[in-house]
Structure formats: C-alpha cells, structure tokens
Design a protein around this ligand. Structure first.
Ligand code: NAP
Length: 278
C-alpha cells in the first residue's frame, strides 16, 4: 500500500488569517499601510508584489509600490526608504528581494527603522528573535510555524533540520524551532552526508532554491516536510522537494504552490497590522 502524506494547505490557512484580520480591523479606527520597494523588473518579484497588493486590498489596508530602475544606486534606494520612514500612513516597509547585484542588501535593510521593519530582518528584530523576545519576526518562517501549529504536531524535543541558512528563511526558522525546544541542525552547501542528516528530521525545512532537491530517500518516514522553495522547471512551478515521491514517505507535506507562499503573505499582513497598532 502506498501511503500519502497529509497536505498542509497554506492557501486555506491564509484565507482564514485574512478574515480574522478583517474582523479585528472593523473594531479599530485604523488603516494599516504597507509600502513595497521594487528595484528592477524581475518578473517573479513583479508577480509576488502584485499578490501582496491584492492581499492588502482584500483586508482594506493601504498599499503602495515604489518602483526604481535596476541601475539604481544604494543611496537612491535608501533615500526612498528614508522618505517612507517619515510617513505616518506607512506602517510597514518591505524591500523586495533580490536586489540587483550592485546593491548590498544588508545595507538597505539596515536603513529600515525597526519599528517599520515589516519583514523583521533588521539587526534589532533578528536580535530579538535570537534572544527569544517578542517582536516582529520574518514573514516566511513565521508562516511556517503557523502551519506546523495548525497540524497539531508537537515541536518540543523533536529533531528539526533546516536545509538552507539564509537570513530570510533558513536561519530564522531554525531559531524559531529552537525557541520552541526542537533540536535543530542546519545544513548548507558545504554540508557533508546531507541525506543522512535530513533522514533524522522529524521536521525537514527545505529552503535551498534548487528544484526538487529533496528526494524520498532523504526523508524519514512520517516526517513533516516543509517546502519553502519556489522554482520554475520546464514551465512548471516546483518547490525544493520532489513532491510526488516525498509525499509517499512523509507524514505531512506542504505543496508548491499553495503551501508556504500564501502564509508568507498572510504574515506580511499580520506584521503590518502589528506595526500599525504599536
Ligand atoms: P538563498 O539565500 O539562496 O539560500 C539558499 C541556501 O541553500 C543557502 O544557505 C545555501 O547554502 C543552501 N544550499 C545551496 N545549495 C545547497 C546544496 N547543494 N546543499 C545544501 N544546501 C544548499 O535562498 P533563500 O532566500 O533562503 O530562499 C530559498 C528558496 O525559498 C528559494 O527558492 C526562494 O525562492 C524561496 N523562498 C520562498 C518564499 C515563500 O514565501 N515561499 C520566501 C522566501 C524564499 P550556503 O549558505 O552554503 O550558500
């Protein structure tokens, strides 16, 4: 008999989070405002930003997109961040990544005031996460935690393996799982015997950016596999996990699309609201 993992439906959870936000907003005399800065014309970024703006419309948030040419200098981008920082109707500022090569992404992130840092990526907000202090946490890992919580599977004492160590996803999700008492292992491009390590994971987080990188033999039977990747392969959108074969081994799995992506956007709304209320 071929077993099939339970699918963790991110789209459905995101929808319910948006409806909770709408309800909350009705009781408040407040219009949360989100500003997104896009540098260049990366087609994937353009689609992500459109989705973010559509989500804002759905919950009656104010949103603006500030588009800059791909040859913008760091100073030009930081100037836009500074202007938005002074605006009272903008509560969250998001710089859409990736930025063009000539730009040092961290320098741009550093210019966002922590109280408007809607993706929780400034050193202060990441530091707060590190010391397990309440604050704004990065959207993608926060969404992953929500999906895990929805499943009801306990985190405490379990083995979690993060494949990927970016500031955006890999590192913070590991810290969030550690803060919830998982035993966490990070893997990256220099990791030896990767498959042996991933096979120990009760929670396997794939944030690699490589199409269908995680295969069935790398997964512990019954594990929860969270696929963060968004890659295009032969005109299809695929994750970092070989879904068809891994779902026959895993206990739980997130699909791509419809898994982590919609939750990331729902957390962006929650963080914007949180900043607007603070
Ligand atoms: P990233 O900054 O490129 O980081 C990729 C990580 O994967 C790095 O830590 C890298 O290791 C590691 N890696 C690369 N090759 C590897 C290998 N062969 N074995 C083990 N580890 C390897 O990417 P990211 O920003 O974290 O994003 C990862 C993926 O998630 C991308 O597909 C991105 O599009 C997607 N994403 C999705 C969402 C969403 O909402 N669903 C949000 C953000 C990102 P080193 O550190 O050693 O280089």
């Amino acid at each position: 008999m071929v077993l099939s993992a339970e699918i963790l439906n991110g789209s459905r959870l995101a929808q319910s989070i948006r409806s909770q936000i709408r309800k909350k907003l009705k009781k408040l005399n407040l219009t949360p405002g989100l500003a997104v800065i896009q540098v260049g014309d990366d087609p994937a970024s353009t689609i992500y930003i459109k989705h973010k703006q559509r989500d804002c419309d759905k919950v009656n948030f104010h949103s603006e997109i500030h588009k800059l040419p791909s040859d913008s200098s760091q100073q030009e981008i930081i100037k836009v961040v500074s202007e938005l920082s002074t605006r009272s109707n903008i509560h969250g500022i998001l710089v859409q990544m990736p930025l063009p090569e000539q730009i040092d992404e961290q320098n741009v992130i550093d210019s966002i005031p922590p109280e408007k840092d809607v993706d929780g990526l400034t050193p202060l907000n990441l530091g707060n996460l590190f010391i397990n202090r309440e604050g704004v946490t990065p959207c993608t890992p926060t969404g992953i935690i929500r999906l895990i919580e929805l499943s009801g599977v306990p985190i405490e004492g379990k083995q979690a393996v993060c494949v990927g160590r970016s500031h955006l996803v890999g590192k913070p999700i590991g810290i969030m799982l550690l803060n919830r008492n998982a035993t966490v292992t990070y893997c990256h491009s220099r990791t030896e015997n990767l498959g042996e390590i991933t096979k120990q994971a009760d929670f396997l987080i794939a944030a690699v950016g490589k199409s269908e990188f995680i295969t069935a033999e790398m997964v512990k039977p019954g594990a929860m596999v969270i696929d963060v990747g968004i890659n295009s392969l032969d005109d299809r959108l695929v994750g970092d996990v070989k879904f068809d074969e891994v779902q026959q081994v895993a206990g739980y799995i997130t699909p791509v699309p419809g898994g982590v992506g919609p939750l990331t956007r729902a957390m962006l709304l929650e963080n914007t609201l949180k900043l607007a209320m603070s």
